[in-house]
Write a protein that binds this ligand. Structure first.
Ligand code: PGA
Length: 250
């Protein structure tokens, strides 16, 4: 048995609004109780201040961001720095989500730099890695995720045990197609071994699974020895589903 406390993080993506956020957080607060795992919600950045207020006075649900700038500050229009996130009580920042790699052209080096900025501000980066369907079919899964993680390890050296990794096969995101528990576990084990070559504390690093994880399939995925939680997209927008996943991580 690992001593890793599981983490279930909701990635709201570009969804929500003032009223919807309030209703969702109210339902989550009412239902979460004292969870046996860490829980976080990651709203769009303009709502971080609202969520900070909605989450005040409780410790069960932490606040996360969906991205962080690779720059420390200055003339970077539209960017949000790690220090700014910290001002709003942000504890986690997703970096290198496949949607940002794909639509914003983020490189492995940029993702690694973002992870470093987050760590320097005391924010835990949730570093996403994952292969496309084509890469999987070409037998490149291990090569791709190792390349993506290796950039982060290279730049963050001695801090690497402080990160969270999320394995998110691109073909499983938002598609309703989930990696089987066996498929996911195999990749998680590869990532754990890679971390083990970089730190003696690889056993401490949480490796989340993401990609169509939902209320029905969460328990089986979370039962795998190297699956330490979930990064949840669609199912994070429905309080009962998200809470079921939190319960499954107990
Ligand atoms: P999904 O998204 O759960 O909707 O597949 C997961 C993610 O992109 O983090």
């Amino acid at each position: 048995m690992s001593e890793r406390r599981k983490l279930v993080a909701g990635n709201w993506k570009m969804n929500g609004g003032l009223a919807a956020n309030q209703a969702l957080v109210q339902a989550l607060r009412a239902g979460v109780g004292q969870p046996a795992c860490d829980v976080a919600v990651c709203p769009p950045p303009v709502y971080l201040a609202q969520l900070q207020q909605l989450l005040a006075g409780q410790a069960a649900i932490a606040l996360g961001a969906q991205d962080v700038s690779e720059h420390e500050g200055g003339a970077f229009t539209g960017d949000v720095s790690a220090a700014m996130l910290r001002d709003f009580g942000v504890r986690y920042a997703i970096v290198g989500h496949s949607e940002r790699r794909q639509y914003q052209g983020e490189t492995d080096l940029q993702v690694a730099t973002k992870a470093r900025r987050a760590l320097a501000a005391g924010i835990t980066p949730i570093v996403c890695v994952g292969e496309t369907l084509r890469e999987r079919e070409e037998g490149l899964t291990e090569f791709i995720v190792q390349r993506q993680l290796s950039a982060v390890i290279h730049l963050n050296g001695h801090c690497i045990s402080e990160i969270v990794v999320a394995y998110e096969p691109v073909w499983a995101i938002g598609t309703g197609k989930t990696a089987t528990p066996t498929e996911a576990q195999a990749v998680h084990a590869v990532l754990r071994t890679q971390l083990g070559a970089a730190t003696e504390q690889a056993d401490r690093v949480r490796i989340l699974y993401g990609g169509s994880m939902n209320a029905a399939n969460a328990a089986e995925l979370l039962a795998q020895p190297d699956i330490d939680g979930g990064l949840i997209g669609g199912a994070a927008l429905k309080a009962p589903d998200f809470l079921t996943i939190v319960g499954a991580a107990a």
